[in-house]
Design a protein around this ligand. Structure first.
Ligand SMILES: C[S@@+](CC[C@H](N)C(=O)[O-])C[C@H]1O[C@@H](n2cnc3c(N)ncnc32)[C@H](O)[C@@H]1O
Length: 225
């Protein structure tokens, strides 16, 4: 871990965990440069992309953050650290597997971040359907077959007013499917492409390296007046 100079990593209990190179855990096209990326395991987000998310939260000061797909809580710990740095904000993270919810809660407790995060054991799509309060930052990272539906609902319902980071969006992944089917990833990518033209979307930024992320800047007409 010596080589990572990311404060959030050194200041959480993630710093002691072993790290693997992305090239060694998933199939990749050489253009994705997976040998330069790292993760704690095959299900958690790459450390380099978590660092990007951390920086975006520090820069945009969101009050209400949402993560779909908690898994072991690595993303949640990173987001919570950024909220702690900001001195404001809360994360709600959604996980449908009760055992993973327990593990993530324990990891958050260990890292001293429990007060900043609510781990909700639920299906993300039904939770989003019932959201009333605006979301200022979303990390879309549940099952690839539903992520495009999560983002579409957040945008179409006028709930999202800020940034959404979608994970596993490298365009090269259509040729190199990992845990999802080719149909899932094509639906995901095609819907993201069409959402770039949505009237509430001001801009997007895409990184086709490693597993890939795509960032949407969304302005809800209900929030912007
Ligand atoms: C890629 S992992 C999330 C990794 C995590 N965001 C991180 O950064 O470490 C995806 C997670 O989404 C969960 N998931 C899948 N479908 C879901 C759904 N419909 N609602 C909530 N969680 C779901 C899975 O159980 C799995 O733990």
């Amino acid at each position: 871990m010596e080589k990572f100079r990311f404060p959030w990593l050194n200041e959480t209990n993630l710093s002691g965990l072993p790290v693997i190179t992305e090239r060694d855990i998933h199939p990749h096209h050489s253009w994705e440069r997976a040998e330069l990326f790292h993760s704690f395991d095959a299900g958690s987000t790459e450390i380099e992309f978590l660092n990007l998310i951390h920086a975006l939260i520090i820069a945009t000061k969101p009050l209400r953050c949402l993560e779909t797909g908690t898994f072991l809580g690595m993303g949640a710990i990173c987001i919570a650290h950024a909220l702690r740095e900001n001195g404001t904000g809360h994360l709600t993270t959604l996980e449908k597997d009760p055992q993973l919810c327990d593990k993530a809660r324990a990891a958050l407790q260990q890292s001293g971040m429990s007060d900043l995060v609510s781990v909700i054991c639920t299906d993300s799509l039904s939770f989003i359907d019932n959201l009333d309060d605006p979301i200022d930052f979303a990390f879309i990272d549940s099952h690839p077959s539903i992520r495009h539906k999560e983002l579409s609902k957040l945008i179409n319902n006028g709930i999202l007013n800020g940034l959404a980071v979608c994970h596993d969006t490298s365009r090269l992944r259509v040729k190199f499917p990992i845990f999802e089917s080719r149909v899932d990833i094509e639906n995901y990518m095609n819907t993201l492409d069409s959402l770039t033209k949505h009237p509430f979307v001001r801009g997007t930024l895409e990184f086709n390296i490693s597993r890939g992320v795509r960032i949407f800047q969304v302005v809800s007409p209900f929030m912007s007046g």
